[in-house]
Design a protein. Structure first.
Length: 282
């Protein structure tokens, strides 16, 4: 980790990371353990423990699990911190949306450039996040990848939500990193599409040739919350908009519904995804 990255992490560390750092250090000292000794117990170096305690590199999800087992004393504090540390890792523009997504009854997404983050494989997410501009430090890339993958818990949450995804066909043909990354992403997407609570559709490239294209104005994500409120999340160039005004939400919902009618059927969409997976990069 570079000195600049360490300084940035210390400055940007959230309240949960600081609380974890202080608690871990206090418990370690109460147990008479050095940083090296605690590191050996949980599978980390002394420098990693030092970085965690100074917030130069906040605790990873795995480190929190090991801290809970080793010095947590059955309090469950480090276990509970996992949820909030994960939230701290999300980009600022996305943090308000994350709890809504996690508690969604229905989640409907239309994406025109990349696969929705909820469906991304680890390799695809890493290539996408790591390849952006300006470049992020490797440690930050790993934090964001870990946070993005954690969102996949929504697929198997009880009760299971209804998850809909509409992708512009161009997304299926746009590689990041390597062609194999895209192939595996498409195979994973096809597998997810077969879940009972998931529907994936593809909006064909030639849709505009028919004289109307409801998806021409860009991405959106619609959420129905547990208390049956509906909101729409939109993001461009690291700036986000969370729409909750009922009349605006209704208008965007109608647009999404029109996009869905213009997309291929779920069965045809899965077939296309699988065919493209075999064709790309060959």
């Amino acid at each position: 980790m570079t000195a600049m990255a360490r300084t940035t992490n210390k400055t940007e560390a959230g309240g949960t990371a600081r609380m974890v750092a202080a608690l871990a250090k206090s418990l370690r000292e109460q147990l008479g353990l050095s940083q090296e000794e605690l590191g050996k117990l949980i599978g980390y170096t002394a420098s990693a423990i030092s970085a965690m305690e100074t917030c130069a590199q906040p605790a990873s999800d795995h480190m929190l699990v090991m801290l809970e087992k080793t010095i947590g004393g059955g309090l469950g504090v480090f276990e509970k911190a996992r949820e909030f540390i994960r939230l701290d890792r999300y980009p600022p523009q996305f943090k308000d949306f994350v709890p809504m997504e996690a508690g969604a009854v229905t989640l409907s997404s239309y994406q025109t450039f990349v696969v929705d983050g909820l469906f991304q494989t680890e390799a695809y997410a890493r290539a996408l996040i790591g390849g952006g501009f300006p470049r992020l430090p490797e440690e930050k890339v790993e934090e964001l990848v870990e946070a993005r993958l954690a969102r996949k818990a929504l697929f198997d949450r009880d009760p299971t939500p209804l998850i809909e995804l509409i992708l512009d066909e161009s997304v299926l043909r746009r590689p990041f990193g390597e062609w194999e990354v895209l192939r595996n992403q498409l195979r994973s997407l096809a597998a997810d599409a077969r879940r009972d609570n998931v529907c994936v559709q593809v909006l064909p490239l030639e849709r505009g040739l028919r004289g109307d294209h409801a998806g021409a104005r860009g991405d959106m994500q619609l959420v129905e919350t547990r208390d049956h409120h509906r909101v729409v999340y939109m993001e461009i160039e690291d700036e986000s908009t969370l729409v909750s005004d009922p009349s605006k939400v209704a208008s965007l919902s109608h647009r999404y519904a029109k996009i869905r009618t213009q997309a291929l059927s779920p069965d045809d969409s899965v077939g296309l995804i699988e065919r493209i997976a075999e064709e790309v990069g060959t």
